[in-house]
Design a protein around this ligand. Structure first.
Ligand SMILES: [Zn+2]
Length: 334
């Protein structure tokens, strides 16, 4: 039995047919966690779909209306890069409900992982990059509305920049302040990552991502770390450590929303970084250790993962739960 809950539903499955996004990964992760004894069936909570009111805390009424009536234009559907259906709309409403539940649960138990979600490319008025609804943003806005949190920090470690997150929380930003650079980095200076940042809102956004990758236009996060192609474990972890330290020096969140994309993996079909499965687990541990040391609750969503072998994606996502268990401990049996 885990010391925290996992949020999952079979209906997290995205009905998108044959697609580079392995929509069956959520069920496979759940099955792996149970078959390996990491989790028991009682560790899982079943989410309810978000309400339309919840979705409207982030998304424009015109966009929500189009989704509910199936009246997206062909161009809007193409930009989303997943085929529209009513079932797909329901899956995204459920993902948002799952993130709301995971965020609330994290406030009680310090950590909670939703075996889904992390649709960080959804904007208030449109979907793109396999993302229809920004479940994490909906969760943050809902908890703020309920006065359960005032501030939040998103820590986005998907290989792709969190453009939707940056756009949604861009509200009140000030000019950039210089950030300290990583010492001891082994990167060639000519290919060094850039870290840039500025912030003054109630949601602080951090994104570590491959610079030469989708999205082409990257709206500014509070901190963006633009990593060069081929960045490996050590440099990645150093930059993550640096970004977390810088962010938490400037900002005290009531909740961390960790977007634990599996696609920085070296075998990913849509990514160009060079992280190993072990390096990705260390990444998760680092986020959890920092959150625990500062006593900040952390909710987790999965976002992308397109490994040539879907088994690797399942391993990376399962390791996120294992890492949370190692950092947040297991309860002693009475
Ligand atoms: Zn991604």
């Amino acid at each position: 039995m885990l010391a925290f809950k996992l949020v999952y539903s079979d209906a997290y499955y995205l009905p998108i047919g044959s697609h580079v996004f392995p929509a069956e990964k959520y069920r496979l992760v759940r099955d792996r966690l149970i078959s390996t004894g990491v989790a028991e069936k009682t560790d899982f909570l079943e989410p309810q779909p978000a309400t339309d009111q919840d979705i409207l805390l982030v998304h424009k009424p015109e966009y929500v209306q189009k989704l509910k009536t199936g009246t997206l234009s062909p161009r809007e559907e193409m930009e989303m890069e997943i085929p529209y259906s009513r079932d797909l709309v329901e899956a995204f409403w459920l993902a948002a409900g799952g993130s709301i539940l995971a965020a609330r649960q994290a406030l009680c138990e310090k950590v909670c992982v939703s075996i889904g979600g992390g649709f960080h490319h959804a904007f208030p008025d449109h979907g793109e990059g396999f993302c229809m609804i920004h479940d994490v943003a909906v969760a943050i806005r809902r908890l703020q509305r309920d006065d359960q949190i005032r501030t939040a920090m998103t820590v986005d470690c998907d290989v792709h920049q969190g453009n939707g997150t940056a756009a949604i929380f861009a509200g009140t930003r000030t000019e950039s302040v210089p950030l300290p650079s990583v010492s001891g980095s082994t990167l060639n200076p000519a290919r060094s990552p850039r870290m840039r940042g500025a912030h003054a809102g109630e949601v602080f956004t951090i994104s570590l991502h491959q610079h030469n990758n989708y999205p082409l236009y990257k709206p500014p996060s509070s901190i963006d770390v633009d990593l060069p192609d081929g960045t490996g474990d050590d440099d990645y972890l150093a930059w993550l450590d640096n970004a977390l330290s810088s962010g938490l020096r400037q900002f005290q969140p009531d909740l961390i929303c960790y977007i634990a994309g599996a696609d920085p993996y070296r075998e990913d079909q849509l990514g160009g970084l060079d992280l190993t499965i072990e390096g990705l687990k260390k990444r998760d541990e680092l986020v959890f250790r920092v959150a625990r040391a500062r006593d900040i609750p952390v909710m987790v969503t999965y976002a992308g993962g397109y490994a040539r072998n879907v088994d690797d994606t399942v391993t990376i996502h399962s390791n996120t739960v294992i890492a949370a268990g190692e950092v947040f401990g297991v309860p002693t049996v009475a």
